[in-house]
Design a protein around this ligand. Sequence first.
Ligand code: KIV
Length: 272
Amino acid sequence: MSTAKKEYKRITVKTLVDMKANGEKISMLTAYDYTMAKIVDGAGVDVILVGDSASNVMAGHETTLPITLDQMIYHASSVIRAINRALVVVDLPFGSYQSDPKEALRSAIRIMKESGGHAVKMEGGKEIKESIKRILNAGIPVMGHLGLTPQSIYKFGTYTVRAKEEQEAMDLIEDAKMLERIGCFGIVLEKIPAKLAKEVAESVSIPIIGIGAGRDVDGQVLVLHDMLGMTHEFHPRFLRRYMNLYEDMTTAITQYVSDVKAVDFPNGNEQY
Ligand code: KIV
């Protein structure tokens, strides 16, 4: 297994499969707008996920359920305008693919045509198999999402670790193999035991991207606003905060307010 880092000009779904085969870990972060996506892409992140976590992070909803297909398209098209290198994966939002395969395909086509995204992500296993197949048959790359699936939060009732029981773990492995068999190019595994995630990653040749799934998978994803420390009420064990932007931004904005009140801003050089 080579650890040498290859330079990729543009990341495609094939690049990701090659990266797994070469033992190169895949970096993935969310972004929902042009400015952030430009920074994330410029910093060399391989995959940008326009996640339906935009529902929480951007719109302040408690769950991912309220975000609409139109809103996802708006976020994704803003991200696409910023990108030079990363692969952009767009979440199909709740309600846009669960009812039947035809509707699922219509939703995926809208994402691809109207946002310019490169692939879609869908939560679930065998229960949405026909919808995934329909989308794949239209030439649209699909990433699966297993384990904790936030669009089903009301079914599970909590955001705790999934697949701790043997039956659920076996079902998850079966779903992962099925997603690979029908042609998905990768799978996000959210909040499951690290040992199980490792077993899944070893059982399939498509990349497994973990969030709260340990280190023995093929790549990692985090929500950008969480890893930058912009959100500060969310403390899952898996989250590493690389900055404390909530405090830094509060300090800067407080200083601005104080400067305006004291007529210290603008000064002589900051006017015409
Ligand atoms: O919507 C999202 O941000 C996601 C990640 C948590 C994987 O699906």
